[in-house]
Design a protein around this ligand. Structure first.
Ligand code: AHR
Length: 495
């Protein structure tokens, strides 16, 4: 019998709740008609935000939300989004979808959204078309104590005397491309300048530097080199990785199923190689990775808006597997990753929700976040198992291999949670569970997310086609993980 060992004495670290973070950019249908419907809308809302999304988010404990971009951030003037007079501007994406930015949702509205769902805000700062002084004033506006500065008084006049106490600040977005097309040298200088100029503004701040795109190890190494003699260092280094670019969204073949799910596992190599560079510069004492954009980037046009919402895409069981494989990678590297933000929350790439007017549904990816939520603040422990591989044809038609299972485990108080993916499209997988160092209760519960058709997705007409179900299991007996599924197992620790 194949065995899965959960090695309790081999602790990896604490899983930061921020690893289960989100991203809402002013793009397509993410903000307008996504999270925001407006206070006067007939759609059920709380202070303008879609109630369905608020309620569902509360169930998955979203620790942090990144805003306002993405590329949008790099032409954003935060002053456009406060007060009664809100100008209409070109959005970074206007040329792609013809939509203009009304600034109806600005700093106060976003802070209210975070408050409603119990998340910390993570603000992405414009450094490509702004100044360090403008950032300094945004920090001042958000964080200065009541009545102290003109910015603080302005915040009060706009309805919020108490500081917002924003902790997470991202210095630029994708500065190597749309965020200013900078060389690493140029970006490092900008980072040094911006971090210095907001240093002595009130508030406990974690600054996040713009790190590499996917496997750009050169960027990481060169940036680290330029930070060595800086007196101000970043707390986080961001990395973006999208898998599945240009793939079919719903009507895919079995090989395409494997191509996409195997590309999700690449996240592990990316994290470990970038981490190796960070360690090489001895920065592991204070810096961690922030994967602040991740998910599948399929072609747009398959979501309910049929292309009206830029980058909107459907989400199938395959996207759920990508979510779970990625989150397992984050859990197993929680000593290196302090935050991650799935891109994006609604009506976009790898979304948790699809909405239009009064309709709103959860995608299979939402269910994965719910199944994994119990990992937050848990102590991650190592798992090992006999490996088995599945063979498939890659995009070039060459034979490739992918491991059938991924797993992560964490415990807190007197329970362990295991999350497992089985990418095998044809066969269930059976194994015996061996707990090393602790004893598990025999009676446990397994939650399963799958569908007989791995191309299945949720739609407005059939919103629960892909949903979870629970089965009681006996941890002393062989455990069966259904084909093409994500499962979570929660078991009590008895000794
Ligand atoms: O998530 C969509 C876009 O992808 C973001 O705006 C940008 O940061 C990335 O390239």
């Amino acid at each position: 019998m194949r065995k899965l060992y959960v090695v309790f004495p081999d602790e990896i670290g604490t899983i930061a709740p921020e690893i289960y973070g989100h991203f809402t950019e002013h793009i397509g249908g993410v903000i307008y008609d996504g999270i925001w419907v407006g206070k006067d809308s007939e759609v059920e809302n709380v202070d303008g935000f879609r109630k369905f999304i608020i309620d569902k988010l509360k169930d998955i404990h979203p620790a942090v939300v990144r805003w306002p971009g993405g590329c949008f951030a790099e032409t954003y003037n935060w002053r456009d989004g406060i007060g009664d007079e809100r100008p209409t501007r070109l959005n970074w994406w206007t040329r792609s979808d013809g939509k203009y930015e009304t600034n109806e949702v600005g700093t106060h509205e976003f802070m209210r959204f975070c408050e409603l769902i119990g998340a910390e805000p993570y603000l992405a700062v414009n450094i490509a078309s702004s100044t360090a002084r403008e950032m300094r004033e945004w920090v001042d506006y958000c964080n200065s104590p009541e009545g102290t500065t003109t910015c603080a008084r302005e915040r009060a006049a706009n309805g919020h005397p108490e500081p917002f106490n924003v902790k997470y600040w991202g210095i630029g977005n994708e500065s190597w491309e749309a965020g200013g097309n900078m060389s690493v040298d140029c970006y490092a200088n900008e980072y040094r300048k911006y971090s210095e100029l907001c240093r002595n503004v009130p508030g406990d701040k974690d600054l996040i530097a713009c790190g590499p795109n996917t496997a750009d190890y050169h960027w990481t190494a060169e940036f680290m080199k330029r930070m060595q003699n800086s007196r101000l260092r970043m707390r986080g280094l961001s990395m973006h990785y999208y898998c599945a670019t240009d793939d079919k969204v719903v009507d895919f073949t079995k090989d395409e199923w494997y191509q996409v799910v195997s590309s999700a596992g690449y996240m592990d190599e990316l994290i470990n190689r970038h981490w190796g560079i960070i360690r090489g510069y001895k920065m592991e004492e204070y810096a961690r990775l922030v994967i602040d954009e991740w998910g599948c980037w399929h072609p747009q046009g398959t979501g309910p808006s049929k292309g009206k919402n830029l980058l909107e895409q459907q989400s199938t069981v395959r996207d759920a597997l990508v979510s779970a494989i990625t989150l397992n990678v984050f859990n197993n590297n929680c000593d290196k990753v302090m935050m991650a933000n799935v891109a994006q929350m609604v009506n976009n790439l790898h979304a948790l929700f699809l909405s239009a007017g009064d309709k709103c549904i959860t995608t299979p990816t939402y269910h994965v976040f719910k199944m994994f939520a119990e990992h937050q603040n848990g102590t991650a422990v190592k798992c090992c198992m006999d490996k088995e591989y599945i063979t498939f044809n890659n995009k070039e038609g060459k034979e490739s291999k992918v491991e059938d299972l991924t797993v992560s485990a964490s415990y807190k108080e007197d329970a362990v949670i295991l999350t497992i993916t089985n990418v095998n499209a044809d066969q269930d997988v059976e194994f015996a569970l061996e707990a090393v160092g602790k004893k598990l209760a025999q009676d446990a519960v397994m939650t399963v997310l799958t569908h007989e058709d791995y191309r299945a997705c949720n739609t407005f007409e059939d919103p629960d086609k892909v949903a979870t179900y629970e089965v009681p299991i006996d941890t002393a007996n062989p455990i069966v993980i259904p084909k093409a599924s994500v499962v979570s197992i929660k078991a009590s620790i008895v000794a």
